[in-house]
Design a protein around this ligand. Structure first.
Ligand code: GAR
Length: 215
């Protein structure tokens, strides 16, 4: 079974979704550690309660991104993970860090990339008046919120939506697609060809998981 390390910065609901999927037998991975850049991240306690080793490396204690990323990489590498999962990890990573984990560093972003990279995606989607919004799991490249797309889910933007209602509808989809993406990785179904993700499908992969239904 593959080992994964999850990086968080806050509440860690995507991490929780992976723990739940693992416990339900839907995610065949060992979650070997959870690491936060914030000492007060609520997700650290959740991880510990599930018996997962949880650490924090406070980015404020470091001068510059290089020094923080070096400490983070040292902690990660101690677990020899096959995959590093960014789950609400709100730090810009250095190019050196990203290259070190090339092809085995995943991120979830709350928009249909390449639309709305960066912060406040739901507010910006509402301001733009888009009718469809969503979330994306992708392999990480040195460009922020960019990289080969693994899976996306779309939701309609409804009249009367505010940031809270829209983000709740999207979070539900995040919790569905992120464990799915990690599962594909764990099952060696993902490969990269010319900067794009190729998914090895078999009869057991329902089409609905490849093209999530718009509700
Ligand atoms: C999630 O909505 C995730 O997509 C977003 O932060 C939230 C973390 O929630 N990530 C980013 O914006 C990264 N650019 P969680 O801590 O409950 O998983």
């Amino acid at each position: 079974m593959k080992n994964i390390v999850i990086l968080i910065s806050g509440r860690g609901s995507n991490m929780e979704a992976m723990i739940a999927a693992r416990d339900a037998g839907r995610l065949p991975v060992n979650i070997v550690a959870v690491i936060s850049n914030r000492p007060d991240a609520a997700g650290l306690e959740t991880a510990q309660r599930s018996g997962i080793e949880a650490h924090y490396i406070d980015h404020k204690a470091f001068v510059g991104r290089e020094a923080f990323d070096a400490a983070l990489a040292e902690c990660i590498d101690g677990y020899r993970p096959d995959l590093v999962v960014l789950a609400g990890f709100m730090r810009i990573l250095t190019e050196g860090f990203v290259r070190r984990y090339e092809g085995r560093l995943m991120n979830i972003h709350p928009s249909l990339l390449p639309a709305f990279p960066g912060l406040h995606t739901h507010r910006r989607a509402l301001e733009e008046g888009v009718r469809i919004h969503g979330c994306t799991v992708h392999f990480v490249t040195p460009t922020l919120d960019h990289g080969p797309v693994i899976i996306q889910a779309a939701v309609p933007v409804l009249d009367g939506d505010d940031e809270d209602s829209l983000s709740a509808r999207i979070l539900e989809q995040e919790h569905r697609i992120y464990p799915q993406a990690v599962r594909w990785f764990a099952e060696d179904k993902l490969s990269l060809e010319a900067g794009r993700v190729r998914l090895a499908l078999d009869a057991a992969t329902p089409a609905a998981l490849v093209a999530p239904e718009v509700r």
